[in-house]
Design a protein around this ligand. Structure first.
Ligand SMILES: [Zn+2]
Length: 235
């Protein structure tokens, strides 16, 4: 095969994977993910952007863990969250299963830890998905508006966010998680906050403000802090 032919075939494959994965290459940028993890006092904060690197190699198998279209237009419920867990790493799910990915990555962490394995990378995935949960446009259909506004939203606080961890921490609130059922309730609650904000942005045809973004990051950091508190002590 000539190099030109191989390059053309590779390009076609890349376009196909991007189309299949939806929300191509979108998500809070790296420093924003790290800032959420730092605000939650996650000791492995430096790994929190890693799952976006995995999208580069695994395409939709990883990409569909980072968002959920919510194309039904209905509120997210705890049972929707729990049902999505079986779709973790499933490239063929065009709807996206961010909520189930949080549940499934935490299950993987617990399982590997109980088995005496190194489980921290599962927690890094979980921390990243909890960051994505706060991104309103990851909770809404990937329509023309979403595509046009996503990059600006991803970047809205990126430049100064690592110097503004306090702005995230100021609005962290207590969440108590005693088991997976509680976690599903909290994921659904934050998903619906993000979904409603996404609908409002579309209605008003505008980007997220910095204040709105910091508040969304505080929801994520609150949940991550609670998950860490639960997972680190759960046996
Ligand atoms: Zn992501």
């Amino acid at each position: 095969m000539t190099r030109l032919r191989r390059d053309i075939i590779l390009s076609i494959c890349c376009v196909f994977l991007i189309l299949l994965s939806g929300h191509p290459a979108f998500g809070w940028h790296d420093r924003t993910h790290l800032a959420v993890a730092k605000a939650a006092e996650y000791d492995g904060w430096y790994n929190a952007a890693g799952p976006d690197m995995a999208k580069l190699k695994f395409g939709a198998a990883e990409g569909t863990n980072h968002w959920c279209n919510n194309s039904s237009g209905l509120d997210v419920t705890p049972s929707v969250v729990l049902d999505q867990a079986a779709k973790y790493n499933k490239a063929s799910d065009g709807e996206g299963h961010l909520y189930g990915a949080i549940i499934a990555s935490l299950r993987a962490y617990m399982k590997d830890r109980e088995g005496g394995k190194y489980a921290e990378y599962h927690m890094a995935y979980c921390a990243h998905y909890i960051g994505d949960l706060g991104m309103p446009l990851h909770n809404a259909p990937f329509d023309e508006f979403n595509e046009a506004r996503h990059s600006a939203g991803d970047d809205i606080v990126e430049l100064g966010v690592l110097n503004n961890i306090g702005l995230i921490q100021n609005n962290i609130y207590p969440i108590v998680i005693g088991g997976e059922a509680d976690l599903a309730v909290e994921i659904a609650r934050i998903a619906n906050i993000g979904r409603r904000l996404a609908l409002r942005l579309r209605e008003e045809n505008r980007e997220m403000t910095q204040d709105e973004a910091y508040m969304q990051l505080s929801h994520s950091a609150s949940l991550l802090r609670a998950v860490l508190g639960y997972a680190r002590k759960a046996k």
